[in-house]
Structures are given as C-alpha cells and as structure tokens.
Design a protein around this ligand. Structure first.
Ligand code: NDP
Ligand code: 8X3
Length: 249
C-alpha cells in the first residue's frame, strides 16, 4: 500500500520538486502552499488520487486546522511530514533590518512549523512515521545580513534534535536537512522581487538545484525503518567558508 507525505511549500523550489519525486515513486502527497494555481498542475500531472492540493497561508493557524480537518479519507494516514515552507526576508544588517521582515520569518519558519508538527505528531506516532525539516547552513554558519533568518533555521535544526529525543522509542524518525546555496525562488523572495539580484547570486556559480534537495529528502524517507539520519549538511562545490572578520577602529 502506498505511503502518504504532507509536503509544505509545494508551489515552488524544493517543495515542488519533492512532490514530483515522491509522486513519481508512487507516494500519495498532500501538497500545500498559498498559490493554488501552482498546486493544480501537480494534481493534473499525477491525478487527484495521488495528489491532494490544499492552499492556505501556513501562518494562519485556523486555516491550517481547517485544511487538516478536511483531508479526504484516502489522505489522512500521513506517514511523512516534510516541513519545507519557509523564507528569508531581507539582507540588511540587524541594526537596519525591518522588524516586519523578522516577524514574517519567525511566524513562517518557526511558529507555523511547530504548529503543523504539533497537529501531526499523534498520527505520526500512530504510524511510526517520519519528519523531515528543511533547515539551512545558515543555522550553523552566520553571515552578515543572515541575522533572524539564521536564527530561525538554528531553531529548526535544534527542534529536530529535540524531537528525536522526545520521540525515543516511538519509531518516529526525524531529520534536519541543512542546504547551502540552491537556485529556487528563495532569493527573489528574499529581495522582495529583485530578479537581477537573484540572477547575479546564482549566475556562473553552479548552485544546487531543487531536484538535488528533493533527492536527499526522498533518500532519507526511503531508508529502512531502523535508520535515522539526524542531519544532512550539503553545499554546491562552488560554495565554502570565508573565515572571521576583524574590525580595527
Ligand atoms: P522557494 O521560495 O522557491 O519556495 C518556498 C516555498 O515556501 C513556496 O512554496 C512558498 O509557497 C512556501 N511558503 C512561504 N511562505 C509561506 C506561507 N506563509 N504559507 C504557505 N507557504 C509558504 O524557496 P526554496 O524552495 O528554496 O525554500 C524551501 C525551504 O528551503 C525554505 O524553508 C528555505 O528557507 C529553505 N532553504 C533554501 C535554500 C536555498 O538556497 N534555496 C537553502 C537552505 C534552505 P507560497 O509562496 O505559494 O505560499
Ligand atoms: C539559504 C542559504 O546561505 O542564503 O538558507 O542562508 S543562505
């Protein structure tokens, strides 16, 4: 019998690629995101028996609850939660950053993620399922302008380890995937729509692709049930570290 995954942020980037990867392998997928017009083609591509699309703002707790309560019976036995929906907003230094941007990141990357996880934990325990959280290299390596975004992803990585601890003995597996630079709509969103900035960042850099990350998500989910990958940190070969900065006043 096929398994069921709930994948958030399925309208773009990693999430859309993951929906395709899991559906192509025979999984049933609940695909979520705000842009309904991006979800519908996934249903048309794989069929309504394979993909259940549900559009809502993940920060809207009532809409999330309603979406879960309205799941068709064939999609209720969720085996895997992929907490992928998320974003960065802005690259300004903390002292110049927008508080609204910070709150958007915290509401999306942290509050919505823990809310959805809390709703699904009883089902995941019942089914000895799995949780894959999309964190970032920004969780571990600070960089100028990464302030609140890196903070949210540090939460995601640490929350993942904490979940593992609490879920000890339940059979539920938890993994944090911590990617570096991958070309998606991430930078377009971060810069509030600056396509030139996005093209400049990724141009000539051979960044990772959405499909690269989807493959990692699928690999983790396909491992035998006695194996838990705690975290995966990955980058394109073109990306590495640049050391500490020293200010001399
Ligand atoms: P994209 O911008 O391409 O995709 C982000 C997805 O998140 C979209 O489907 C978007 O859907 C969804 N999302 C954002 N806000 C909301 C919201 N309020 N409600 C519902 N869905 C929302 O970026 P990526 O695919 O790159 O990002 C996916 C995850 O990977 C994020 O958590 C990001 O932080 C992380 N990441 C990305 C890296 C990169 O270099 N690209 C590297 C490391 C981590 P919609 O707008 O339709 O609602
Ligand atoms: C996205 C990677 O380096 O832009 O999480 O923060 S980075």
């Amino acid at each position: 019998m096929s398994k069921t995954a709930l994948i958030t942020g399925a309208t773009s980037g990693f999430g859309a690629a993951a929906v395709r990867r899991f559906a192509a392998a025979g999984w049933k997928v609940i695909a979520t995101g705000r842009r309904a017009e991006r979800l519908q083609p996934l249903v048309e591509e794989f069929g309504a028996d394979k993909i259940h699309a549900v559009a809502f703002d993940i920060r809207d707790a009532a809409a999330m609850e309603a979406a879960l309560a309205a799941l068709p019976p064939a999609f209720r036995d969720i085996d895997l939660l992929v907490n992928n929906a998320g974003l960065a907003q802005g690259t300004a230094a903390a002292q110049h950053a927008s508080l609204e941007d910070w709150r958007t990141m915290i509401d999306t990357n942290i509050t919505a993620l823990v809310t959805l996880t809390h709703h699904l934990l009883p089902k995941l325990v019942e089914r000895r399922g799995a949780i894959i959280n999309i964190s970032s290299t920004a969780a571990l390596y600070p960089y100028p302008g990464g302030n609140a975004y890196g903070g949210t992803k540090a939460f995601v990585s640490q929350f993942s380890l904490g979940l593992r601890s609490d879920l000890h003995g339940t059979g539920v597996r938890v993994t944090a995937i911590e990617p570096g630079m991958a070309e998606t709509e991430f930078t377009l969103v971060r810069t509030h729509g600056n396509q030139a900035a996005s093209d400049q960042l990724y141009g000539g850099a051979s960044p990772m692709t959405a499909e690269d990350i989807a493959e990692q998500i699928f690999w983790v989910a396909s491992l035998p049930p006695h194996l838990n990958v705690n975290r995966i940190e990955l980058m394109p070969v073109s990306q590495s570290f640049a050391g500490f900065q020293v200010f001399r006043g």
